[in-house]
Design a protein around this ligand. Structure first.
Ligand SMILES: [Zn+2]
Length: 594
């Protein structure tokens, strides 16, 4: 698995990348006791069940079971192969790899899909710049006023009208139609064998991930017709809807510099703003921002300004957008455009200056919400006011920081002219999480674990957490003494690793990855238990030893019966003696446990 990079080097790379630092680049974490917790990036959740241990350099989610070390985190989060994760972290820690191991030959299963997307982006871009059929697309961009700089920065493209332009081009690069299909670039014929290009006669907007790799495409028709105006790549292993922000790769430096991001809805809105010099802009590519997008953005910006049209759909989208941003710990503001005007139009009709000034005066989330609850005809009545307070309470309740929350409660109460306690009450009532102590949600297991399995788990957890205890087990228990297969494999791994040196669970994960034991190891690392470690280990070793002796006893007894039937006196003697020794041993164990 480790290819040409030695295990020692992999271990050096692992220990040079602190897991809390790495994970925090992607997931907001909060300290809780010895560990850090946050919302799991691998499944949808409202309460944090994702834990990171700085001490053991391991993460684990008690909601979905995902767990592992820094390599595993990157592999899952960035959809990288193991070697890519190793390379990435080596670079991050300024460790140089042997020249031979850098470069191509990655084992990642995603690599062919990236390659297909990369080729498609190049093909479409070339067709736009030079293709004879690309004339209409070039004219369209010119009429819309998009410069060559924007076309280049976003690598806009054009998919020619034929059925197999991309398939043919890919064929010359040994990329099969099946791979194009998996990458969402080709469609299977319904009544015939084979495939055809998904994007035909459309202006192409390539979508990249935050590191600039092509993962999907959007295609727009050039003239108004019966066809759908925009089509997008379907979900693929590389691309999940609502998890990407269009333009983030191009915008991230500007966002970091400005400390804030501008959020628009569509491709052309974004391109217009970018061209007008507003470069810290991303597009949600959907009507409203998703939780994933907000969390992705929170890695780069503390503040975001949502720009949406002032029509009812736009307002509703902005309201939802504000909530997800606040929940992701991003301060949210809104810039409302005049009714019926989208950001693209605003730039073209009023200029970039107009928007830039607008951003400076953007409404805070609170003012925006207040303005809208006040506009409701019911606001004058008691019931209407109560409803408004509850609505604001729900939004303020999403803010995690208690100081910020308190300040907004105060401000909201003042601006509404109501008692502060009423707003605080609404926040408390709406608040989805338990304040103060975050409780890790433990799901009810489908099957109640049998006592033996539980003992095995607890013993393995102790050995991972206190590797000095492994010597207490060696010689008394072997891997075969564990009843569950995963436990056997893990025990074997722990005992083998211990022979080479002190066991580190996070290192063990890399070597046991092929056996699929990552999440078992990470889970056991977080299994807390009170009591004296030596005694707990000794008790469990005795328990499992006793189990083994009982198994042996049963086996020998049945052999003894056979031997007696056959009249094999010698064997009877040997078996009786062995059974006596086992009984003796069991007696010793029982009396030792006192
Ligand atoms: Zn999870």
């Amino acid at each position: 698995m480790s290819g040409r990079i030695s295990e020692d080097l992999i271990e050096e790379i692992r220990t040079s990348n602190d897991i809390v630092g790495l994970v925090s680049e992607y997931v907001p974490l909060k300290k809780q006791g010895k560990n850090y917790v946050g919302l799991c990036p691998f499944h949808q959740e409202k309460k944090p069940s994702f834990s990171v241990s700085p001490q053991r350099q391991i993460f684990h989610c008690f909601g979905c079971g995902m767990g592992g070390n820094v390599f595993k985190f990157l592999m899952e989060y960035q959809k990288m192969g193991f070697l890519d994760a190793v390379r990435y972290l080596a670079e991050r820690a300024n460790i140089s790899l042997p020249a031979r191991s850098v470069g191509y030959g990655s084992s990642s299963e995603y690599e062919p899909l990236y390659k297909a997307n990369h080729l498609a982006a190049a093909h479409y871009h070339q067709q736009l710049l030079e293709g004879i059929e690309g004339e209409g697309a070039r004219r369209y961009l010119k009429e819309r006023g998009f410069s060559g700089e924007v076309v280049k920065a976003f690598r806009l493209g054009y998919a020619p009208p034929g059925w197999d332009s991309l398939i043919k081009r890919a064929g010359r690069h040994s990329i099969s139609p099946e791979v194009l299909f998996k990458a969402g670039l080709a469609i299977k014929r319904e009544f015939d064998e084979g495939y055809y290009d998904r994007f035909r006669n459309r202006l192409i907007f390539p979508i990249t991930n935050a590191s600039g790799k092509y993962i999907a495409f959007g295609g727009r028709v050039l003239e108004e017709s019966d066809e759908v105006k925009y089509i997008n790549s379907p979900e693929t292993p590389l691309y999940q809807k609502g998890r990407t922000l269009y333009g983030l790769f191009q915008a991230k430096e500007a966002i970091r510099k400005a400390g804030a991001a501008v959020i628009v809805e569509g491709y052309t809105d974004l391109l217009s703003l970018f061209q007008a010099g507003i470069k810290n802009v991303v597009a949600s590519l959907g009507t409203s921002l998703t939780e994933h997008q907000a969390r992705l953005l929170s890695r780069y910006a503390r503040e975001a300004i949502i720009v949406y049209d002032a029509d009812p759909a736009g307002i509703a989208a902005a309201q939802r957008g504000l909530d997800v941003l606040l929940a992701a710990d991003v301060s949210a503001k809104v810039l409302s455009l005049p009714a019926g005007m989208d950001p693209d139009q605003a730039v073209r009709e009023k200029g970039g200056e107009y928007l830039a000034k607008g951003f400076q005066n953007a409404e805070s989330f609170l003012d925006f919400k207040l303005r809208h609850v006040r506009q409701k005809p019911t606001f004058a009545s008691v019931a209407g006011k109560a409803e408004a307070i509850e609505e604001l309470g729900r939004t303020i309740g999403l803010i995690d920081d208690p100081i910020k929350r308190g300040l907004f409660v105060k401000e909201a109460a003042e601006k509404m002219g109501v008692d502060e306690r009423l707003v605080a009450l609404a926040v408390e009532k709406a608040s989805p999480r338990k304040r103060g102590r975050l409780k890790v949600e433990t799901r009810v297991a489908e099957v109640i674990p049998q006592e033996t399995q539980l003992v095995e788990r607890k013993l393995l957890a102790l050995l991972l957490q206190h590797p000095s205890m492994i010597s207490q087990v060696r010689g008394r228990l072997a891997a075969e003494d564990f009843s569950k297969e995963d436990h056997r494999k893990l025990a074997e791994g722990i005992l083998a690793a211990d022979e080479k040196g002190p066991v580190k669970p996070a290192a063990l994960i890399s070597s046991l990855a092929a056996l699929g034991l990552e999440s078992l190891v990470s889970e056991l690392c977080f299994l807390e238990e009170s009591g004296q470690v030596e005694k707990l280990v000794a008790d469990r070793v005795r328990y499992l030893e006793t189990k083994r002796l009982l198994r042996e006893e049963r086996e020998l007894s049945s052999q003894l019966q056979d031997a007696e039937k056959k009249g094999d006196e010698q064997l009877v003697n040997r078996l009786t003696q062995r059974l006596y020794q086992i009984a003796q041993k069991r007696f010793e164990i029982t009396s030792a446990s006192g």
